[in-house]
Design a protein around this ligand. Structure first.
Ligand SMILES: Nc1c(NC[C@H](O)[C@H](O)[C@H](O)CO)[nH]c(=O)[nH]c1=O
Ligand SMILES: CC(=O)[C@@H](O)COP(=O)(O)O
Length: 161
């Protein structure tokens, strides 16, 4: 279902486990900072809303989305239950967009396969800045909220598995 038909910030809040005992690592790309900061705030606020403790949320910055792979790999080595990777990749004039998006998606997938700590893919891959705005707190909601919900659920799944 396209995001245009499913607001990223709408979910059943009664189905979310209490996050008060989990530690979260969040790695944030510095490219398109107005977007990634919006994603981060959406994720942070949602984690707090569901009981996470501020001192249990660890944030690191990386230069760009490609560096999310290494940053999340190192974050997995920290004492966290789950990692969230936050980035915003926006189409430019060349095929670089395709290579960055593919590399980051594959790299984060690989981290989920290789290690015990889940990594949530909160990377927007948009054709335009407006699409990114719409998905980081705009008319289509905030993918950071969606990512935080996924992070809590995956931390709970890891605890119970
Ligand atoms: N164009 C975007 C980039 N490009 C930079 C790469 O992510 C990487 O930092 C560089 O190639 C050095 O390794 N990154 C984004 O996050 N968003 C973009 O739109
Ligand atoms: C996703 C990118 O790397 C891209 O924004 C870079 O822009 P360009 O393709 O015009 O070099």
């Amino acid at each position: 279902m396209a995001t245009a038909n499913h607001n990223l910030s709408v979910y059943d809040k009664t189905t979310i486990p209490n996050a008060n005992k989990f530690r979260f690592g969040i790695v944030v790309s510095e490219w398109n900072p107005s977007i990634t900061e919006g994603l981060y705030q959406g994720a942070y606020n949602t984690l707090i809303e569901h009981g996470a403790q501020p001192n249990n949320i660890v944030r690191w910055n990386v230069p760009g989305s490609f560096e999310l792979i290494y940053g999340c790999k190192k974050m997995q080595e920290q004492l966290v239950n789950v990692v969230i990777a936050i980035g915003s990749v926006i189409q430019g004039e060349t095929k670089h967009f395709d290579f960055v998006c593919e590399a980051v998606a594959q790299g984060i997938k690989d981290l989920n396969v290789a290690e015990e700590t889940p990594v949530i893919f909160c990377v927007l891959t948009d054709n335009t800045m407006q699409q990114a705005i719409d998905r980081s707190g705009g008319k289509h909601g905030n993918k950071g909220t969606e990512a935080a919900v996924a992070a809590i659920k995956m931390a709970e799944l890891r605890k119970n598995s």
